[in-house]
Design a protein around this ligand. Structure first.
Ligand code: ZN
Length: 110
């Protein structure tokens, strides 16, 4: 399990990353407001399309960070959401918002 000191550190990392994204203007759209973006993508030229896609990646990241912070509050941080095994510390160091262990993460990508 993740000890309290590490947990505090991961939390700080997550909060810092979250602030960084928000400083770049990334925010989660209100639920049900996604249709406007689909229209934008359809009419966008390639460069703008790329911008939208970058923003989409950042938004997904923001979502994962929020979920990780929620797991810290819930006391389930560092536990794989699929197999419920502890996530390796090295993985959490690299990706503090990881919600899956390496094995399950690889399965998801396959
Ligand atoms: Zn797993």
């Amino acid at each position: 399990m993740v000890n309290a000191r590490d947990l505090e550190r991961y939390k700080n990392l997550l909060v810092a990353k979250r602030a960084e994204l928000q400083a770049r203007g990334v925010s989660l759209p209100p639920a049900g407001a996604a249709t406007g973006d689909v229209m934008d993508v359809a009419s966008a030229d390639t460069e703008a399309d790329l911008q939208v896609r970058f923003r989409e990646t950042d938004r997904l990241l923001l979502k994962e960070i929020d979920a990780a912070l929620a797991r810290i509050r819930a006391g389930t941080f560092g536990v794989c959401e699929v197999c419920k095994k502890p996530i390796a510390k090295a993985r959490l160091e690299a990706v503090p918002w990881a919600g899956l262990c390496r094995d399950c993460g690889e399965l998801e990508q396959a």
